[in-house]
Design a binder for this molecule. Structure first.
Ligand SMILES: Nc1nc2c(ncn2[C@@H]2O[C@H](COP(=O)(O)OP(=O)(O)OP(=O)(O)O)[C@@H](O)[C@H]2O)c(=O)[nH]1
Ligand SMILES: [Mg+2]
Length: 371
């Protein structure tokens, strides 16, 4: 406990130094190192506490999980109800929701678990409003559904900033950087024309994490934060979609302008909706399904017809073997090949190997070796 207090104090000191320092070329390195120090302490603190926390353990169910993310009063509980028919308490004031409420959305044959959480507030990363517990649930998501009030669109920027402080990187992918430890030779950097921080800063960050000998390969442009994330190893990269809510309270032109601005600044798809009036909900469902990167596979018996009402829901990029494993893990080892019809092949009933990657709505007949 005492030690934890020490860490917290140290973190506060660093945060203060950080906020006091103006960014410019001369302070760039100093700021980068400060961020590395803060990341290291946050990591140590998280390791002590462990993620999760009581009352917030959520059982994963369905084919994929979408988490509703928004400030209090954005309309999360109202949306859960129109998406899944689950009643989460809806009221006209903040903090009516005090626990995680799961609902199940059935769409295109997929079962998508939707979680309603208490609204995030500023200061969540310091534990305010159960922020760190909420974050541990958000981390389990396959997709984030940001809910933003059309009259308060600045909320999205604040939400993303708060999530970043909680180690969640919405709509970003893991930086393509490889660090290979060495016994001697110092730090060597290969960047192949990508834009990366200056060498002293990279070395400083590495040293902060007690790495003194390593080969570092950059496969894309990277910021100091990307490097810190990679080495600290506790960032969660999750795609996001924005639902712009309460459009029944705004002019059509204003809604269109707000949607375009958010799409531009966040890079996320924006769906304008009204949770209360049930406007555009189908379009939101379609967008969620598309962004989840799941595919529907129809199984066809050798001499029968495929059951198109009951697709097998698989992760995008799944192979013939993945399907066999999903059907029956024990018999999968006897799989020989498959006949495939659909977007991933050129001919009807094409014979494909077990490593063939399938696409949405492929029809598959699995062929096993005789026992
Ligand atoms: N006009 C309008 N009001 C809405 C809409 N969606 C939600 N509301 C209202 O906004 C208020 C808050 O809705 P909730 O669904 O409870 O919001 P929440 O995000 O779950 O709030 P917390 O649980 O406190 O974080 C309620 O009075 C809703 O009726 C909408 O599309 N249009
Ligand atoms: Mg609520």
């Amino acid at each position: 406990m005492a030690e934890d207090h020490g860490l917290k104090k140290k973190l506060e000191e660093l945060e203060e130094q950080y906020s006091k320092t103006k960014y410019n070329k001369a302070t760039n390195k100093y700021l980068g190192i400060l961020r590395a120090k803060m990341a290291r302490i946050r990591k140590d603190m998280a390791a002590k506490k462990g993620f999760g926390g009581t009352g917030f353990a959520v059982r994963k169910a369905g084919d994929a999980t979408v988490v509703l993310v928004g400030f209090p009063n954005a309309g999360k509980s109202s949306l859960l109800k129109v998406l899944t028919n689950v009643e989460s308490k809806v009221a006209g004031y903040a903090f009516t929701t005090i626990e995680v409420i799961p609902g199940m959305l059935q769409y295109n044959g997929a079962r998508i678990q939707v979680l309603d959480l208490p609204g995030l507030i500023r200061g969540a990363h310091e534990g305010r409003g159960e922020g760190t517990k909420i974050a541990s649930v958000i981390r389990t998501a396959d997709l984030l559904l940001f809910l933003v009030d059309v009259n308060r669109t600045e909320q999205l920027r604040d939400l993303i900033e708060e999530l970043n402080l909680l180690g969640i990187r919405p709509n970003r992918h893991k930086p393509e950087i490889r660090v290979e430890a060495r016994k001697t030779g110092g730090i060597s950097i290969a960047a192949n024309r990508h834009r990366i921080p200056e060498r002293p800063l990279i070395v400083g960050i590495m040293n902060e994490f007690s790495i003194f000998n390593a080969d570092i390969y950059f496969y894309e442009d990277a910021t100091p934060d990307d490097i810190v994330d990679l080495i600290a190893g506790n960032a969660a990269y999750i795609n996001g979609v924005v639902a712009l809510n309460k459009i029944d309270t705004a002019e059509e032109g204003a809604v269109r302008k707000a949607a375009a601005e958010i799409e531009q600044s966040s890079g996320m798809t924006v769906v304008p909706i009204s949770a209360m009036r049930g406007i555009n909900i189908n379009s939101l469902k379609e967008t969620l399904f598309g962004k989840l990167n799941v595919i529907r596979i129809y199984l066809k018996p050798k001499d029968g017809e495929p059951d198109v009402s009951k697709p097998l829901i698989m992760k995008g990029g799944s192979t013939v073997m993945d399907v066999a494993k999903a059907v029956h893990s024990k018999t999968a080892k006897n799989l020989r090949y498959a006949f495939v019809e659909g977007k991933s092949v050129r001919f009807k009933n094409q014979k494909m190997g077990i490593d063939h990657a399938l696409m949405d709505e492929d029809v598959v007949t699995l062929v096993y070796a005789k026992a």
